[in-house]
Design a protein around this ligand. Structure first.
Ligand code: SF4
Length: 355
């Protein structure tokens, strides 16, 4: 799939650097004009960019097949595109042939997974996002200091499994409000909360307040665990949601941060919001009676998919200039995993990225 120049041309050129969209406009006939508001930042974060490029460089440097444990990032389009290029996605390392190359996904893995890979003589490249690694290190530090660690996150999510796996006998997961009552700690003065990186900022603070009701001396993480990309995308969607009859979030069903964007849009005043992988999933009924459509995307979504949504809307009458609602300009980049960097010195040509 290619980026649509038509959609890109419809973006307002750098003149909307404010946190709130322009006021509503009307047609000469006095009707409200159809508008599209486009959140910025949206889409790829630095951790996803790094993980996808890691797999692409691994393919180019070592040749297919490259095995990847779990989805490299939670996006259908990215996974399918990499599969076409020779990536084999597996659930566990025991599906990888002895001695083969396996990449660990951006969500991180528990130490036990590294040990399993070593026992099977696998060559590994760890594409864990450095901001997830930061939380792993916090778990290790607080476990060493003999704290009980309450990890706020979604049960069954790969990131949570990897993070909790750093100190399984010290970490308890808090997902739903009722989990707070089930927590058992050894010393109420030595309890710390940490979190998954892709949660709703507001909901997480509600959960923290609830935990504090039980453990008033609860310690906080040394710095935010919810990453810059997750919170920036939530701030951007909040800035435009109240103006929108409909907010379309491009992202996959298993993408935590994308799902949170739908929730945040609704809480911030959007009349309706839906999560879609592709433009063709937009149901015609969603557009009935709609004037202002907001568009954003999760941190694992290539922008080509957003451009296709803009094209889809354009064909249905939303064909004016797209107003970009900018609340932050992100410049963060992470260097590639060290296992790959040394081999790349011999083969420095950049591959074509899934964008
Ligand atoms: S969403 Fe945040 S933690 Fe996850 S990969 Fe992106 S930057 Fe890293």
């Amino acid at each position: 799939m290619s980026t649509s120049p038509q959609a890109a041309d419809r973006l307002a050129q750098g003149d909307l650097d404010q946190g709130t969209p322009d006021q509503d406009t009307t047609t000469p006939e006095g009707r409200r004009a159809k508008r599209v508001l486009l959140a910025k930042p949206r889409g790829y974060c630095a951790g996803v960019d790094r993980a996808v490029i890691t797999v692409e460089k691994a393919l180019e440097t070592y040749g297919p097949p490259v095995y990847v444990r779990k989805e490299i990032v939670h996006n259908k389009h990215v996974v399918e595109t990499l599969q076409e290029r020779g990536v084999i996605f597996v659930e566990e390392t025991d599906e990888v042939p002895e001695g083969a190359l396996v990449v660990f996904s951006a969500h991180g893995v528990a130490p036990a997974v590294h040990e399993e890979a070593k026992a099977r003589n696998l060559r590994t490249i760890d594409a864990t996002c450095p901001l997830v690694t930061k939380v792993h290190k916090e778990v290790n530090r607080f476990a060493r200091d003999d704290y009980d660690i309450l990890l706020i996150g979604h049960e069954g999510h790969e990131e949570v499994e990897g993070t909790a796996g750093e100190a399984p006998d010290r970490v308890q997961l808090v997902d739903k409000p009722e989990d707070v009552d089930k927590v058992n700690v050894r010393d109420p003065n030595k309890v710390v909360w940490l979190s998954q990186t892709t949660l709703s900022v507001d909901e997480t603070m509600e959960r923290v307040d609830q935990i504090k009701g039980r453990f008033p001396d609860l310690q906080a993480p040394p710095s935010d665990d919810i990453c810059y990309a997750t919170s920036n995308r939530q701030i951007a969607v909040k800035a435009m949601a109240a103006e929108c009859d409909l907010v379309l979030v491009v992202g996959s069903q298993n993408s935590s941060n994308s799902k949170r964007l739908v929730e945040v849009a609704l809480q911030a005043g959007a009349r309706a919001s839906h999560l879609i992988d592709y433009a063709d999933q937009i149901e015609e009924s969603w557009l009935e009676g709609v004037t202002t459509v907001g568009v954003t995307s999760g941190a694992s979504v290539p922008d080509v998919l957003v451009m296709q949504v803009l094209d889809h809307l354009s064909q249905r009458g939303w064909d004016g200039e797209v107003e970009e609602v900018t609340t932050a300009n992100e410049k963060i980049q992470f260097s590639l995993p060290k296992e790959l960097r040394k081999d790349l010195k011999e083969n420095p040509d950049a591959p074509k990225s899934v964008r």
